[in-house]
Write a protein that binds this ligand. Structure first.
Ligand SMILES: NC(=O)c1ccc[n+]([C@@H]2O[C@H](COP(=O)([O-])OP(=O)(O)OC[C@H]3O[C@@H](n4cnc5c(N)ncnc54)[C@H](O)[C@@H]3O)[C@@H](O)[C@H]2O)c1
Length: 311
C-alpha cells in the first residue's frame, strides 16, 4: 500500500508521522518548497511541490489531504479522477454542493472517499456510544459539547463553525445515530476575520437536542461533552478520554487505555482501502455536516431557525 500526504502544515505533520510509522508513506506534496524539501528529507520519501507533478511521476494507491479547506475540492477532484482513494481533512469541502459532487465522483470511479471526523475514533466517544446504545441508563435525551481554546489568527479561510464546531456536529449525529431537522445558532467575532465564537442548537426527532459551544477566545483548552440520559449523566473529556457516569448519589469513573485517535483513524482508512473493514465516515455523512454548518452560519446571520431535510 502506498499513500501520499498532501499539505504538511500544523496538522499534516501528524499524519506524516503516523503514515511513516505504519510503513505506507510513499511521497509528500506541499506548495511550500522549503517545507516540502525538509519533510521529504526527514522521512526519506519523494517530495513534490505540485499536485500535477505528483500525479505524473508517483505511483500510489491513496492520498491524505491536509491543506486549507478552500483547496479541498480542487485537489480531491484531481485525485479522484486519477482513481486514487482519498482521505480529506474536515470539513470535506467549503460548499456542500462540492462535497456532493466529490461523493458522486468517488462512486463513479469506484474509490474510497472519507473525511477526517476524528472524534469517531476517540476511544471515549466509542465507549459512550456503546453505553448509550445498550440503554443501561435509559434514553439519550440531550448532548452538550464544549470545545474552547485561544487560537492564533492563522486560520484565514473559514470561521469557527466550519473549522471547530463541525467536530461536535458530527459527533452529535454519530451518538444520536440520526440527522437534525432544525438548526439554530448565534455566533460572533472578537479577534478573527470570521466568526470566532458560536453556540449551536441542533434539533433531532422526539425533541432530542444537541447544544454545541465553541470559541477561539478563552485561554484554556477545553474539549468536553455530556450525554444526558433519563437515568444518568455521562460526561467525558475528548482529551483525557476519561468518562464519568453520575446517577443520583453514586458516580463511576471509566478510564480506558488512552489511544491516539489519529492513528486509529488512519488505520481504519487503510483497512477500508484493503476491504478489511467498512468505511466509518461515509462521504454523505461528511457532506451533511457541511450542510448543518452552512445552516448554522445562516441561522446566526439571520437570527432564525433553519429547517433541513438531510439524507
Ligand atoms: N481533524 C483535526 O483535528 C484537524 C486539526 C487541525 C486541522 N485540521 C484540518 O487539516 C487541514 C489543514 O489544516 P492545518 O492547520 O494543518 O493548515 P496549515 O495552514 O497549517 O497547513 C496547510 C499546508 O497545506 C499547504 N498547501 C496549501 N495549498 C496547497 C496545495 N494546493 N497543494 C499542496 N499543499 C498545499 C500549505 O503550504 C501548508 O503547508 C484543514 O482542512 C483543517 O480543517 C484537522
Amino acid at each position: 500500500m502506498k499513500i501520499v500526504q498532501i499539505g504538511i502544515g500544523g496538522w499534516g505533520k501528524n499524519h506524516i508521522r503516523i503514515l511513516s510509522q505504519l510503513g505506507v508513506l510513499s511521497a509528500i506534496c506541499d506548495i511550500d518548497s522549503q517545507n516540502c524539501k525538509e519533510y521529504g528529507k526527514k522521512y526519506v520519501v519523494n517530495h513534490y511541490e505540485s499536485l500535477e507533478k505528483l500525479l505524473d511521476f508517483e505511483e500510489f494507491d491513496g492520498a491524505i489531504i491536509t491543506t486549507p479547506t478552500s483547496t479541498h475540492t480542487d485537489i480531491a477532484t484531481k485525485l479522484l479522477n486519477a482513481k486514487k482513494h482519498v482521505f480529506l481533512e474536515k470539513p470535506i469541502t467549503y460548499k456542500s454542493e462540492d462535497g456532493e459532487k466529490l461523493t458522486k465522483l468517488a462512486e463513479k470511479k469506484k474509490v474510497i472517499l472519507t473525511c477526517g471526523y476524528i472524534e469517531r475514533f476517540n476511544p471515549a466517544v466509542d465507549v459512550v456510544k456503546k453505553i448509550v446504545n445498550e440503554g443501561k441508563f435509559g434514553n439519550l435525551v440531550m448532548l452538550e459539547f464544549h470545545r474552547e481554546n485561544r487560537i492564533p489568527l492563522h486560520i484565514k479561510d473559514v470561521g469557527i463553525i466550519y473549522d471547530t464546531s463541525v467536530h461536535d456536529i458530527d459527533t452529535a449525529n454519530w451518538l444520536f445515530g440520526d440527522m437534525p431537522h432544525v438548526v439554530f445558532a448565534r455566533a460572533g467575532k472578537i479577534k478573527h476575520e470570521h466568526e470566532d465564537f458560536a453556540s449551536i442548537m441542533l434539533g433531532y426527532k422526539d425533541d432530542r437536542v444537541a447544544i454545541i459551544s465553541s470559541n477561539w477566545i478563552t485561554p484554556k483548552k477545553i474539549r468536553k461533552f455530556n450525554a444526558v440520559c433519563t437515568d444518568a449523566i455521562i460526561s467525558s473529556d475528548f482529551l483525557t478520554q476519561e468518562i464519568i457516569i453520575e446517577k443520583s448519589d453514586e458516580s463511576e469513573t471509566i478510564q480506558n487505555k488512552k489511544q491516539e485517535p489519529l492513528l486509529l483513524e488512519i488505520q481504519s482508512f487503510l483497512e477500508s482501502i484493503e476491504n478489511k473493514s467498512q468505511l466509518v465516515v461515509k462521504p454523505q455523512e461528511a457532506v451533511n455536516v457541511t450542510k448543518i454548518a452552512e445552516a448554522a452560519l445562516l441561522s446566526s446571520q439571520k437570527g432564525i431557525p433553519i429547517y433541513l431535510d438531510l439524507k
